[in-house]
Write a protein that binds this ligand. Structure first.
Ligand SMILES: Nc1nc2c(ncn2[C@@H]2O[C@H](COP(=O)(O)OP(=O)(O)OP(=O)(O)O)[C@@H](O)[C@H]2O)c(=O)[nH]1
Ligand SMILES: [Mg+2]
Length: 220
């Protein structure tokens, strides 16, 4: 749950990468890390199995600096996608302010995507959160695969609400940061409205988007 400290003007938030096993959640958060912190001054914590599968979660602390007068911090998490780790998924979702759903574009993974989205709704509800209200964006990942499903079919399967969706490639990073910017903007907007935060510099969500966009335009 977002925590806003009006005295020291800090906004603390949590974004969770959710989706079926091997869909590309860890790869996506690693990419976000490489963009926001190319020098790796902050470590991403990965609690994983010997086969490089997420066992508990990945965690990346993100400090966006001062935006519109507020220090904006994001805790980036991934859940373990393997079906058997549902309790952990539920726990990681606790207090989430936004979700990036990373779907696997492979035709073979179609049923797993649908099942994982249903599971997201259930686990959000178990945490007192509503899938229809929380800021949510989709990554249709692994667009490079030969058996990648048409985007329209993935939209029909997963995105009845017509939420923002991004064709992504975790290996090259294509689209991954765009999805992050979109969800962060929506999340900050929600927090600013909820706590009626005002900034003399303008809309905090918009300032956040501009800062993030600026970061990607800085040559590495
Ligand atoms: N071809 C292709 N492979 C990808 C892409 N994104 C990720 N991968 C690969 O898919 C595999 C699984 O990626 P992860 O990021 O570990 O998947 P995950 O969703 O975190 O999986 P769990 O931790 O088990 O839930 C890795 O070998 C990645 O390199 C992509 O866009 N295209
Ligand atoms: Mg993982």
């Amino acid at each position: 749950m977002s925590i806003v400290n009006t005295r020291d003007k800090t906004i603390n938030t949590k974004v969770v990468y959710y989706g079926p096993g091997l869909g590309g959640k860890t790869t996506s958060l690693k990419y976000i890390h490489s963009v926001l912190d190319p020098e790796e001054t902050v470590r991403m914590v990965s609690l994983k199995t010997d086969e490089e599968r997420t066992l508990f979660f990945d965690f990346l602390p993100i400090d966006l600096g001062v935006l519109g007068g507020y220090k904006v911090k994001i805790q980036g998490f991934t859940v373990p996608g393997q079906v058997k780790y549902n309790l952990t998924r539920k726990y990681v979702l606790m207090g989430a302010d936004a979700v990036v759903f990373v779907a696997d574009s492979s035709e073979e993974r179609r049923a797993e995507n649908i099942q994982s989205l249903k599971n997201l709704g259930e686990n959000l509800a178990a945490n007192g959160l509503n899938i229809e209200e929380i800021p949510l964006v989709f990554q249709f990942n692994k667009r490079d695969l030969a058996d990648a499903m048409p985007i329209e079919d993935m939209e029909a399967d997963l995105n009845a609400a017509r939420l923002p969706a991004f064709a992504t490639n975790g290996l090259t990073g294509e689209g991954v940061f765009d999805a992050f910017v979109r969800v962060t903007e929506a999340m900050v907007d929600g927090v600013a409205k909820k706590y009626q935060l005002e900034s003399p510099d303008g809309d905090i969500a918009q300032i956040t988007r501009e800062r993030l966009r600026h970061l990607t335009s800085i040559p590495k």
